[in-house]
Design a protein around this ligand. Structure first.
Ligand SMILES: [Zn+2]
Length: 455
C-alpha cells in the first residue's frame, strides 16, 4: 500500500500505552501503525527522540471575528489558528462570545463561518450560545448548524451597549434553555460564578480604592463559584440536560461536580492551564495580563487542583484563550482591566512539563486530558486518538528541552501573554493536521490553510 506520510522512530502515545512504532498516513487518516511499515514514496517525518501525541483539542477558545467594528483587533482566525498550530493544538472548540454578533442563531453562525473560511490553520468546532434572547428558535437553529455544544454564563457577561453582544442567563432562561438543549442531546457548558455577589463585592472594593489583582481575587471568593454549580446540578436533574462546567478554579467545586456525577447527573468539568500554574501571590508582580475569571487562587491550593486532575475528576484541560487589545490590559487598576488570558500557544508544552516531567503523569493520561477526553465528551468523531482510521492529527513533543517564551515568538494578533519570560521545560517540535505538517521547529508555522469548520 502507498502512503502519503510516515512518521518514524517516535515514542507514540497509543490508547493502551506508549510504544516505539511508526505511523503511516493516507488521505489525512491513520492507515497503519507498526514497526515494519513500507515507506515507498511517502514523505517521512523523523520523530527520533520525540513523543508523538494526539494533537491537542482545546475545548475553550475565543476568536473575536467578526468583530463588528468594535472588537476587530482582538484576535482573528488567521492569527488565532496559527498560534494553535505552533502550540500543538490541531482542533479547538470556539466559544460563541466575544465576536460580534455573538453566535446565538443561524444567521450569526453563518456570519462567523464566512469570517473564518480560508483562514484556518487548524480545525474548528463551534459552541452555540444560550442567551435570554435566543429561546424562540435559536437553540434549534444552532443544533441544525452543527454546534457541538452550547455555552451559557451565569456570571455577568457581555456589553449591553453593543447590539448583538453575548448576554448571561437569568434563572428562567437557564431553565428554559436547558429544557430545549436537553432535546438536542447536546451538552450545555456553563461559566459558573455568582454574578450579583461578585459584581457587588467588586464595586465595593473599587469604592474603597482597591486596585490590586489580589484584591480582585478576594471579590470572587470560592463559594461564589460553588453556589451556582449547586443550582445547575438541580436544574440538570429537573431538565435532563447534560452539563459541563468550564474553567473550574477550585477543588471544592470539582468535588461537588464529582459527587453529583457519582449520583448519576451527566456533569463534567474542565480547568485551564493557568489555574494549574500561576497563583494569587504572584499575580500583582505579573500584572493585569494574568487577570481572568474565575480568578487564579492561592498557591496553597495549586496541588489540590493537580491532585484532582490526576484522579480524573477534571476531565480535560483547556486554555480559555481569551485575548484582547493591549490597551485593555494597560492599566494599574486590576478591576478595570479586561479579564482574559492569551494562552493557546502554551498549553501542550507547559502541561507536558508540569504534568509529565515535574509530576510524573503517564503519557496516556496526558493524551487523555489534552485530546481523547475532549473528543469523547463532545463526540468529535475521528479525533483525539492515535488509532487506525482516526484523523492523522499529531503533536510532536521534545521533552527536556527548556526554552523561554518570547513575545516575538507569539503568533497572536496581540502579542501579550502572562507566559512571556517564563522558562518551559519542553517544546512543541511539530504539529500535523490530517497528515500535513502545519508547524515545525525548523520551518515555523506553515502557510497552509487546510483547517476546516465542522458544521
Ligand atoms: Zn472563556
Amino acid at each position: 500500500m502507498a502512503y502519503d506520510l510516515v512518521i518514524k522512530n517516535g515514542l507514540v502515545i497509543l490508547p493502551g500505552g506508549e510504544q516505539e512504532v511508526d505511523i503511516a498516513v493516507t488521505d489525512g487518516k491513520i492507515a497503519q501503525i507498526g514497526t515494519d511499515i513500507e515507506i515507498g514514496d511517502a514523505r517521512v517525518v523523523d520523530a527520533k527522540g520525540l513523543v508523538v501525541s494526539p494533537g491537542m483539542i482545546d475545548a475553550h477558545v475565543h476568536i473575536s471575528e467578526p468583530g463588528g467594528g468594535i472588537r476587530d483587533h482582538w484576535e482573528g482566525y488567521d492569527t488565532g489558528t496559527r498560534a494553535a498550530a505552533k502550540g500543538g493544538v490541531t482542533s479547538f472548540i470556539e466559544m460563541p462570545l466575544n465576536q460580534i454578533p455573538a453566535t446565538v442563531d443561524h444567521d450569526s453562525i453563518q456570519e462567523k463561518f464566512k469570517a473564518g473560511d480560508d483562514k484556518l490553520s487548524v480545525d474548528v468546532y463551534s459552541y452555540g450560545g444560550l442567551v435570554p434572547f435566543n429561546l424562540d428558535g435559536g437553540i434549534q437553529e444552532l443544533d441544525e448548524d452543527g454546534v457541538v455544544a452550547y455555552k451559557a454564563f451565569v456570571a455577568t457577561a457581555g456589553d449591553r451597549s453593543i447590539e448583538g453582544d453575548f448576554m448571561n442567563v437569568d434563572d428562567y432562561s437557564l431553565y428554559e434553555g436547558m429544557r430545549q438543549i436537553a432535546k438536542t442531546g447536546k451538552i450545555l457548558s456553563i461559566h459558573a460564578e455568582n454574578g450579583p455577589i461578585t459584581d457587588k463585592l467588586g464595586q465595593l472594593a473599587q469604592e474603597r480604592g482597591e486596585k490590586s489583582l489580589a484584591a480582585y481575587v478576594d471579590t470572587r471568593p470560592v463559594f461564589t463559584e460553588v453556589e451556582p454549580i449547586q443550582k445547575i446540578i438541580l436544574f440538570a436533574k429537573e431538565t435532563g440536560c447534560r452539563v459541563h462546567i468550564v474553567h473550574v478554579a477550585n477543588a471544592e467545586a470539582i468535588d461537588l461536580i464529582n459527587e453529583a456525577a457519582n449520583e448519576g447527573v451527566d456533569i463534567t468539568c474542565e480547568t485551564c492551564t493557568h489555574y494549574l500554574y500561576f497563583y494569587k501571590e504572584e499575580l500583582d508582580d505579573i500584572g493585569p495580563v494574568v487577570k481572568c475569571s474565575p480568578p487564579i487562587r492561592e498557591k496553597s491550593r495549586l496541588e489540590g487542583m493537580w491532585e484532582r486532575v490526576f484522579d480524573g475528576k477534571v476531565m480535560f484541560v483547556t486554555s480559555d484563550h481569551s485575548p484582547c487589545t493591549p490597551d485593555l490590559k494597560d492599566t494599574d487598576d486590576a478591576f478595570k482591566a479586561w479579564g482574559g488570558i492569551s494562552g493557546i500557544q502554551n498549553n501542550v508544552d507547559l502541561l507536558f512539563d508540569e504534568a509529565v516531567q515535574k509530576r510524573g503523569m503517564s503519557l496516556t493520561q496526558f493524551a487523555d486530558i489534552i485530546a481523547s477526553n475532549v473528543a469523547d465528551r463532545f463526540e468529535l468523531k475521528g479525533k483525539g486518538r492515535i488509532e487506525v482510521g482516526y484523523d492523522a492529527d499529531f503533536v510532536l513533543i521534545k521533552g527536556d528541552s527548556p526554552y523561554t517564551v518570547e513575545k516575538e515568538a507569539l503568533e497572536y494578533r496581540n502579542k501579550i501573554s502572562p507566559y512571556i519570560g517564563r522558562e518551559i521545560g519542553a517544546q512543541v517540535a511539530g504539529t500535523i493536521l490530517r497528515g500535513e505538517e502545519i508547524y515545525s521547529l525548523d520551518q515555523g508555522v506553515s502557510n497552509l490553510k487546510i483547517g476546516q469548520f465542522y458544521k
